[in-house]
Design a protein around this ligand. Sequence first.
Ligand code: NAD
Ligand code: 89V
Length: 346
Amino acid sequence: MPQGQDARIAVVGCGFYAQNHLHAWSGLRDQGAELAAVCDLDSERAKAAGDRFGVPWYADIAQLLDEHAIDLLDIATQMRSHQALAAIAARRGIASIVQKPLAPTLETARAIVELAQEKGAWLAVHENFRFGTGIRRVKQELDAGSIGTANWARISFRTGYDVYAGQPYLAREDRLVVLDSGIHVLDLARYFLGEVEHLSCELQKRKPEVAGEDTATMLLRHKSGAVSLVESTYQSKRSPDVFPETMLEIEGTDGAITLARHQTMSVTSRGKTETLSVGSPLLSWTSHPWHVSQEAVLHANAHFLDAFRSGREADTSGVDNLKTFALVEAAYEAAETHASVKPKFA
Ligand code: NAD
Ligand code: 89V
């Protein structure tokens, strides 16, 4: 990518969540993002996106890539289409960002990463929870040593929000909550406390109409010796509901940090406590309750754009995300065997 040149970006998949990708890329124009074209198998969706964002639209990704010199393909489709789309990009030497889950299984995710490596194609995974405004602020405090060495955490994504309304396919997935949102909070566990030695997991199906598990409770021992409780449910009956926020409790040798509803952060450092709001105002294209997630897309895309244009790997590169995906597979194995499992990364 020549220094200073804008990155010509195409988005493939113009469905529910991709709207946030499209708005985010449009908002990054001044940072070197040129949204060049969009594609969806559903030509009505493709046309709607093209008309809305003023770019050419296609129903066939090969035709789009034949007709436009694209530097970065943003794959915002569901997981079963990721391998084929990522392969099209890799074989053309085009960089790509692939939405989570990278694939339905670790084996397929690894194959996607290996092909990109073989073809020398830059690859990132759109895992955006660690780019959330509040999450970033907590990480700043940790990195500044505000609580000393973090050695315990609870990372909770507990909601009763009707996630099936916007994403009806979730109700049909046999492997649901760990693969859909557990993957996010497991990535945060790595982000805050480092790599994992072993984990245990209990799954529950609390909503009979849904095919897969909707509640996961995981206990992780990190290589540092830290312990984390990592959990996700779509069946919470609590009120108020905090969707799509992740609640945090992190304890360390010299203090503790919490992130509570409405992105309220409380830091106790060496006996002194400060509480502040670390959220941000709505943008022109964000709205409650999704705005926390929508902002994470903007910050994640800004990171991917900067890393790609600078010739660096993304923080959530394909290779890095395999470590998170290994935790997903370990969680399912642990739930099956009712035993603690070492993640099989290699
Ligand atoms: P969706 O079904 O609403 O949209 C996917 C679109 O991709 C559809 O319009 C479909 O026609 C299109 N498509 C599928 N295969 C294609 C192909 N080969 N070429 C062109 N278009 C193709 O799905 P969604 O709910 O928007 O989810 C998409 C992805 O985003 C999923 O992997 C989901 O897990 C992820 N997601 C992430 C977040 C987050 O980052 N926090 C939030 C929600 C969803
Ligand atoms: O953010 C996501 O990945 C969505 C969720 C329903 C968890 O918000 O699938």
